[in-house]
Write a protein that binds this ligand. Structure first.
Ligand SMILES: Cc1ncc(C[n+]2csc(CCOP(=O)(O)OP(=O)(O)O)c2C)c(N)n1
Ligand SMILES: [Mg+2]
Length: 581
């Protein structure tokens, strides 16, 4: 007997789905966030099989809506840096994740999205053949097109023999910088094929590592350091450098050494706001006056329609993604483009500057630090002034509400800021000492904050997760699905809805384009939503604690009660009636 023949007769065999689950564990997928359908019969059966045999496989989190599943994976990746699995039902389930894929892609969060495909055999030729109505109508010509704009990689598994190789490839790509979603599709007949154990190879992380960002070309580092040596008004603008502790520290160290004012614009992951050089969230006034500007991990440093840049400014752009190939237009200046790990590159620049620094440079930097301190003090004073007005019953001032929240949250708490037109109040009023403790989606698909908070809670059960959304955002987030998962998997989060009775952003956008238009004249902005809704009932239906707060005087006690409930183990939903739009 040939070796091959012996191999085919002497070793036990299992289905592709069995190896698929094993392969997921091997690539470090701890969780599968699932919304199942007929396509998953082979996987569900093997889940039971592996459980019975006591074998490793990812834990399953069943989510009533795919929006929750995909955003939970995002939250888990936000905390751990590791992409997880999201398993959904053919084209329809995939379509329901499209909003989340947009958000993950734009937030550089990895995820392995997986879906079945309708079986391709119709006459029972193979195990898993079509056996129900939906198999005939759930096969579009191009299933992946539903999420393709947000993918780094996609494939349909052609045969179970390569299942582990395909999973490793998917993993290497999603984890490589800039990170993002990958998508694997699988037919039932492929999942039910049987393979001998020695036909399925293992692909270790050691040999198939993901690529990260490195340092920069020393020549570029020297060029930037030389510019900073003679700069009189340098600024630094970041949007998501705070996703890495070391980048936040490097920004602070360089800014303090060289006297650079630091701004966080259209942020996704915060840096430490404790840095003496951190001056706020809008660089608009500073940009035209800067002689040297450093863009660090930022997608939209300012809106060119509002800010005129100065042609004489020397711009360095340090980013894990300087090219922004996912955006047809990207129009921000860069005399130097340094792609790589921003923290490392800034450390290189600081080393170079330290080697070059003259007493004159040090004196000038110290003088700039005093000016920066004034800017910083002004921002703190402005925030205090805004929060001093508490609002009135039925119209709580969001600044006051957020300031009260800020007083009682610890430094480890994480804010998922989906406040839309009140997002600025969240940023301004809640002190953030630690980096990556305020997250805003890099994408624009509303309905993400609940799922992210739940996924983050799963990854970091000891930390307080605070979801802050508008009333519009709350609807988009499929809250019944989110609260169901919170209850079933014991993931308590604190949700705050800032209810201004509608889509203020839509109204404001109409006013920006047509300041004196017909919409304004008629006060017709098509933005009002149901005014008398009791959002608390949505949470209560799933065992959450609900509290409505309408009088500013009740805010501190309401927040305290909600936090107590969350610490006690169940989610709390605070419905705050804030200043109307
Ligand atoms: C999925 C999705 N649909 C529509 C929009 C467009 N949109 C942007 S902001 C906004 C209003 C959000 O309302 P709310 O959360 O109450 O915040 P507010 O504008 O009132 O501050 C809408 C509808 C979007 N961003 N995402
Ligand atoms: Mg609103």
């Amino acid at each position: 007997m040939s070796i091959t023949a012996a191999r085919h007769t002497n070793v036990p065999d299992y289905t592709t789905a069995y190896y698929f689950l094993e392969g997921l564990s091997e690539i470090g997928i701890d969780y599968l966030f699932c919304n199942f359908g007929t396509d998953h019969a082979p996987i569900i059966n093997e889940m039971a099989h592996r459980k019975q045999r006591g074998e490793a496989m990812p834990s399953v989190v069943r989510c009533p809506h795919e929006n929750t599943a995909a955003h939970m994976a995002a939250g888990y990746a936000f905390i751990t840096g590791r992409g997880q699995g999201v398993l959904v039902h053919v084209d329809v389930g995939t379509a329901n994740t499209a909003n989340a894929m947009h958000n993950l892609y734009r937030s550089r969060l990895p995820v392995l999205l997986m879906a079945g495909k309708a079986p391709y055999t119709v006459n029972d030729e193979l195990v898993g053949s079509r056996d129900t109505y939906v198999h005939f109508i759930q096969e579009p010509f191009d299933q992946a097109s539903l999420v393709r704009p947000y993918l780094k990689w996609e494939w349909t598994l052609p045969s179970g023999v390569v299942v582990k190789e395909a999973l490793r490839r998917a993993h290497s790509i999603m984890q490589s910088e800039p990170r993002g979603p990958v998508y694997l599709m699988m037919q039932r007949e492929t999942l039910t094929q049987r393979w001998k154990t020695d036909e399925i190879h293992r692909y270790s992380e050691d040999q198939f590592a993901a690529t990260g960002g490195g340092g920069a070309d020393p020549k570029l580092v020297a060029a930037l350091a030389a510019k900073l040596m003679t700069a009189e008004n340098p600024i630094l603008i970041t949007g998501y450098a705070g996703r890495h502790d070391h980048a936040s520290k490097a920004i602070d160290a360089l800014a303090q050494f060289a006297g650079i004012a630091v701004y966080e614009a259209n942020m996704t992951n915060n840096i430490s706001h404790d840095s003496p050089c951190f001056v706020g969230f809008s660089p608009d006034k500073a940009v035209p006056n800067a002689d040297v500007g450093i863009l660090v991990d930022v997608d939209v440093p300012w809106f060119p329609s509002d800010v005129k840049t100065n042609e004489k400014t020397f711009w360095a752009h340090i980013d894990i993604d300087t090219l922004k190939p996912g955006s047809p237009m990207w129009t921000f200046p860069g005399n130097l483009r340094m792609q790589g790990d921003s923290g490392r590159i800034l450390e290189q620049v600081l080393d170079e500057l330290k080697a070059k620094a003259t007493p004159r440079f040090k004196a000038a930097a110290a003088e700039r630090l005093t000016r920066i301190k004034t800017l910083r003090d002004e921002r703190v004073a402005r925030a205090g002034k805004l929060a001093a007005d508490k609002g009135k019953p039925g119209a709580i001032n969001p600044h006051y509400l957020m300031a009260e929240l800020g007083k009682v949250l610890d430094d480890d708490a994480i804010i998922f800021n989906e406040g839309v037109t009140n997002a600025g109040a969240v940023l301004l009023q809640i002190p953030r000492k630690r980096p990556n403790t305020t997250m805003r989606s890099g994408g624009g698909g509303l309905g993400w904050s609940g799922g992210l908070a739940l996924g983050a809670k799963l990854a970091a059960p000891d930390r307080m997760m605070v979801q802050i959304s508008g009333d519009g955002g709350f609807y988009f987030g499929n809250p019944s699905s989110g609260f169901a998962v919170s209850q079933q998997y014991k993931l308590p989060i604190f949700s705050i809805v800032m209810d201004n009775t509608g889509w203020n952003a839509v109204k404001q956008s109409t006013l920006r384009v047509f300041p004196e238009g017909e919409a304004k004249q008629g006060n017709e902005f098509e933005s009002n939503l149901a005014p008398k809704v009791q959002f608390t009932k949505v949470g209560e239906a799933f065992g959450a604690y609900g509290e409505e707060v309408s009088d500013p005087a009740d805010v501190p006690a309401a927040i305290a009660r909600c936090l107590k409930e969350v610490r006690g183990g169940r989610s709390a939903l605070l419905h705050a009636r804030v200043t109307k739009m």
